[in-house]
Design a protein around this ligand. Structure first.
Ligand SMILES: *Cc1c(COP(=O)(O)O)cnc(C)c1O
Length: 253
């Protein structure tokens, strides 16, 4: 690694300490809710985080990372190419980035448009491979325009499942942040109920194994409500310099 971009040892130790703390908090939330820690995966949300800091986490043994923009995968790719990682796309997908995103990820967690599914299918067919997807659900109502309305999620999942190369694995939501308390928890409960309903509906080619909910502010309640994958950025890497409105342009938070 280039000496100019080396992470100061104190910063690296802070990241490793944060990872240990988050892991313990996940384990304790599991214990409180009678769940196994091995049932909950930790995805590191690495938007705005420079590759040398992501490297610290990967070298500490954490293997699942998510980016919100294809450009950030592109920019960081070379610097991390020697390290093994599973990469998910967790951002707002743009039609013109669909071919590029497939170079980097094995899962798109934020699928909420059928035309995107069709475009992905076309490209995947040509490449002779398949892709995991989660249906992004809008659990916070009018405060967000991203994600499928809960009532439309079953139909949407069934339509996506008709594309041979797409494997619907579960649901994702961002929910209500900043609004702590019961309204935020209601979003988590809503997604959990929807997840259970879709699972028992046993829709053809729709698997319901992944329930992706919970971020730095709410990963513990999310686990208590049944999350199987939490996406954590700030609690590991610290506060971001870029406002999240840049990534989710209209205030999901
Ligand atoms: C930024 C982001 C996260 C992580 O948020 P933190 O509050 O920093 O933990 C998780 N999921 C999505 C979709 C995000 O955009």
């Amino acid at each position: 690694m280039d000496a100019l971009t080396a992470v100061p040892e104190a910063d690296a130790e802070a990241i490793r300490g944060n990872l240990r703390t988050v892991t313990v908090r996940i384990e304790e939330a599991c214990r409180r809710s009678g769940r196994l820690p091995s049932d909950v995966r930790l995805l590191l949300a690495t938007k705005t985080v420079p590759p040398e800091r992501i490297r610290v986490a990967l070298e500490a043994g954490y293997r699942l990372i998510g980016e919100n923009r294809v450009q950030e995968f592109q920019q960081k790719h070379a610097a991390l190419a020697d390290l093994e990682a599973e990469r998910h796309f967790i951002g707002h997908l743009q039609s013109n980035k669909i071919n590029d995103v497939l170079k980097y990820v094995t899962c798109i967690q934020s699928l909420d448009r059928l035309d995107h599914a069709a475009k992905l299918e076309q490209r995947l067919q040509r490449e002779g491979r398949s892709l995991d997807v989660l249906v992004q659900v809008n659990t916070s109502g009018e405060t967000s325009k991203f994600g499928i309305a809960p009532d439309d999620a079953a139909k949407f999942a069934a339509e996506v499942a008709r594309f041979d190369c797409l494997r619907v694995r579960g649901l994702m939501t961002i929910g209500l942040l900043f609004t702590e308390g019961e309204r935020a928890r209601e979003c988590l409960r809503l997604l959990r109920r929807l997840f259970d309903r879709l699972k028992s509906a046993a829709i053809d080619r729709v698997e319901m194994n992944v329930l992706s909910m919970g971020m730095s502010l709410d990963f513990e309640p999310a686990i208590e409500e049944g999350s199987t994958l939490v996406r954590v950025g700030t609690s590991v890497f610290g506060k971001r310099p870029t406002p999240d409105g840049y990534y989710w342009p209209e205030g999901t938070r």
